[in-house]
Design a protein around this ligand. Structure first.
Ligand code: HAM
Length: 425
């Protein structure tokens, strides 16, 4: 096949059936899970004022290097916009704008954009689902958020995901820890990669996130934040852990877990799928961000949330051989009398809830039969000249032994549900 003139842009892809059936399935599992927790959907703009994300801090690569810029065409208001790289900042922007009653519990789904170096499981446009809970400092809010993400993976059929858990403490903890970490990194600066030496000056914590081989020995012996948690942060973290245990949600304490965004305080977590390539095995992550709403000009408001990458969840489903729930056609209408009967019957049956397909272009009986077989339908409804004259239809079982029976056209809609049920037994 010759290469087409246009390809999907670098780092993007077309997701088609049956893979897109799995996406739909995951999205509905997610929606059901979050609705069951009293979260309402929020649909926010795909682009935002660049400053909404700049508030996330300039030591995060997502903010400094990975945003897709746009400029408003209005010469009087040449606003600098970006395609959103994530949704937590947008949700906090919406919160400061609308001031809803707290606790405010929302879920979302949609594409995010990051100018990354594409590879398997890492795209420039990717689909996230997520949830945010604003306005509660209660550690049980953390447990609820983590449990909803965990139940989603469970309902999706994944058994090989692992929850990594950490606490970054509050502002006081962070200040004490930063001081110790800076001291340690300064002493060991010569052994760090050049990139990490630069990161160290902007945000020492992010050095711990480096995957570079050269940095690993220094990272391995660095002080850990769990030794610096003050009483309040320690108590909060203990209640979170106790809550997870009460819900029988397994976790692994990971004191060096650092997330790619700078807004986190206290609880942070990541779900990994160990079956995937380690570089891209985080299928979801989140944490508390008690200062973000304020940084965006809102009142002091605590927040906790998570986002799950659907593209990586698809890869994890594949790695675990979870079968795809395909959107199969139930009935195929074969009409050799010109097509009007197929038109009317397909519409009639779709209206009462069946999934129905048909051929176009007045194909031969043989060609329509082939299309019916290919469609995966359980049943073919055949209308030829004889059937039309006698006001009948012929039903043919496409998956069993090919049994055919004639049925009165008028009684078709009534008889079908029971017949299909009988066939799929
Ligand atoms: P994040 O860790 O940047 O967190 O992204 C969450 C998930 O999105 C990742 O675990 C991964 O599965 C997926 N993901 C991220 N980048 C890519 C990419 N380039 N290609 C494919 N999948 C990707 C956040 O976005 C935070 N907003 C999460 C959060 C919500 N924190 C608090 N509330």
């Amino acid at each position: 096949m010759s290469k087409s003139q246009f390809q999907a842009p670098k780092g993007t892809r077309d997701i088609m059936a049956p893979e897109s059936d799995r996406v739909s399935n995951l999205l509905s599992i997610f929606e059901e899970t979050l609705n069951s927790g009293g979260y309402g959907q929020i649909i926010s703009p795909i682009f935002e004022d660049i400053r909404v994300f700049q508030r996330l801090g300039d030591s995060s690569q997502i903010v400094t290097k990975e945003m897709f810029d746009l400029f408003d065409k209005d010469p009087k208001n040449p606003q600098h916009l970006v395609l959103r790289p994530e949704l937590t900042a947008s949700i906090c922007r919406a919160f400061t704008q609308h001031r809803p009653v707290t606790p405010w519990k929302v879920w979302y789904q949609g594409p995010q954009f990051r100018y990354e170096k594409p590879q398997a499981g890492r795209y420039r446009q990717f689909l996230q689902v997520g949830a945010e809970l604003l306005g509660s400092p209660d550690p049980h809010a953390d447990v609820e958020i983590i449990s909803l993400a965990s139940r989603f993976f469970q309902k999706a059929g994944l058994s090989n995901t692992k929850l990594l858990l950490n606490s970054l403490g509050d502002a006081e903890t962070r200040a004490n820890y930063n001081e110790a970490l800076i001291g340690y990194l300064n002493l060991n600066q010569a052994d760090l990669s050049e990139q990490s030496q630069n990161t160290m000056l902007k945000n020492p914590l992010r050095v711990l996130d480096s995957k570079r081989e050269q940095d690993q020995a220094v990272i391995h012996s660095a002080p850990v934040i769990s030794d610096f948690l003050n009483d309040d942060s320690k108590k909060h973290f203990q209640i979170v852990q106790k809550g997870l245990s009460m819900l029988e949600i397994d976790y692994e304490l990971t004191p060096r877990l650092v997330r790619g965004l700078d807004y986190y305080t206290k609880t942070t977590f990541e779900f990994i799928a160990p079956g995937l390539d380690t570089a891209q095995n985080a299928v979801g992550g989140g944490g508390r961000y008690d200062g973000l709403v304020e940084a965006l000009g809102g009142p002091p408001t605590e927040g906790i949330g998570f986002a799950i990458g659907i593209d990586r969840t698809l890869l994890a489903c594949e790695a675990e051989n979870i079968s795809v729930p395909t959107n199969n056609i139930e009935i195929f209408v074969i009409d050799t009398t010109g097509g009007d009967e197929a038109l009317i019957l397909s519409d009639e049956l779709r209206q009462i809830g069946f999934s129905v397909d048909r051929s176009f272009d007045q194909r031969s009986m043989k060609s329509q039969m082939k299309a019916a077989d290919r469609s995966g339908a359980q049943l073919a409804i055949i209308i030829g000249t004889d059937e039309l004259n006698e006001n009948q239809v012929t039903l043919r079982d496409l998956r069993g032994d090919g049994t055919q029976i004639a049925l009165d056209r008028q009684s078709l809609s009534k008889a079908l549900p029971e017949m299909l049920q009988e066939m799929t037994k």
